[in-house]
Design a protein around this ligand. Structure first.
Ligand code: PBE
Length: 270
């Protein structure tokens, strides 16, 4: 019933993901900046998979739900969702995903450095890999398949770069669907170049620490300027930012489009 207030229908609860995620920190700021806490609104931490399964259930029953959302993600392909307007600009307008490498990589591994520096793709290309993984395909296989289907894109990254023979490189990432896709693709590209690649997933803070301490060589999972802002400033001067590998990302609160009266974060109060 759209005339009923939203808050009581969903227990004043925003369905979130893992507590360490940037979107969770931004949502905490939103709760206070929009004075939603005063109305008992709260953010429920869970995990991406718990969030998407809660969303799936609500969606099937056309029940209201508010989730922490981001793009690129298959949830926007599978469900009709809209971002809530954010007039106070808590989540930032647009995000990009940056490639961050350790200091000295250029000198030690110029071939990998060049490929990582050139690595750039679109949200729709990333979504192709993500959707296959979400359908149950092994991420490594999904990456290989994508590379095979997109030789022109890949050759823009690898053109003229010398092959290496068994040199090691280590990539760290957070196991979000988007980063599972990007990390596996760049890892396969580096393997085809002759690298012995290890990839390791961890929380966001250790990812940044691994690059700063040179325990790892690179990560392609830095959502900026807002989502990873804290780590970007904490570790400033101890990494090299190779710039965006993907533009047009976005983070915010999302609801199904059937929630016609809820279009802005401000509307949660009414
Ligand atoms: N995410 C996906 C991450 C970055 C990538 C939006 C869940 C976060 O909030 O930290």
């Amino acid at each position: 019933n759209s005339k009923e207030k939203l808050g009581p229908q969903i227990n004043y609860t925003i369905t979130g993901i893992d507590a360490g995620a940037g979107v969770m920190a931004s949502t905490q700021s939103a709760l206070s900046d929009y004075k939603l806490e005063d109305n008992n609104w709260q953010l429920q931490p869970s995990s991406t998979s718990a969030m998407t399964s809660t969303l799936d259930k609500a969606y099937k029953n056309k029940q209201p739900i508010v989730v922490t959302g981001w793009q690129p993600h298959w949830m926007f392909k599978k469900y009709k969702l809209k971002f809530l307007k954010d007039p106070k600009n808590v989540y930032g307008k647009a995000e990009h995903i940056s490639t961050i490498v350790r200091k000295g990589l250029k000198k030690d591994s110029p071939e990998a450095y060049t490929i990582l520096d050139r690595f750039h793709w679109t949200p729709s290309q990333m979504s192709d890999v993500m959707l296959n993984v979400n359908d149950g395909m092994d991420p490594k296989k999904a990456a290989k398949q994508w590379i095979k289907k997109n030789p022109k894109v890949v050759s823009q990254w690898t053109k003229g770069v010398k092959k290496v023979h068994g040199k090691s490189i280590k990539l760290t990432y957070v196991a979000w669907d988007s980063e599972i896709a990007s990390t596996n693709v760049i890892a396969e590209v580096l393997r085809e170049q002759g690298y012995k690649v290890t990839i390791q997933s961890m929380e966001m803070q250790p990812v940044w620490a691994s690059i700063a301490t040179k325990a790892a060589d690179a990560t392609v999972s830095a959502w900026l300027p807002k989502t990873s802002a804290k780590f970007y400033s904490d570790y400033k001067g101890r990494f090299e930012d190779l710039g965006a590998n993907l533009n047009g990302a976005k983070v915010g609160l999302a609801v199904p489009t059937y929630m016609k009266n809820i279009n802005s974060i401000e509307d949660l109060k009414t």
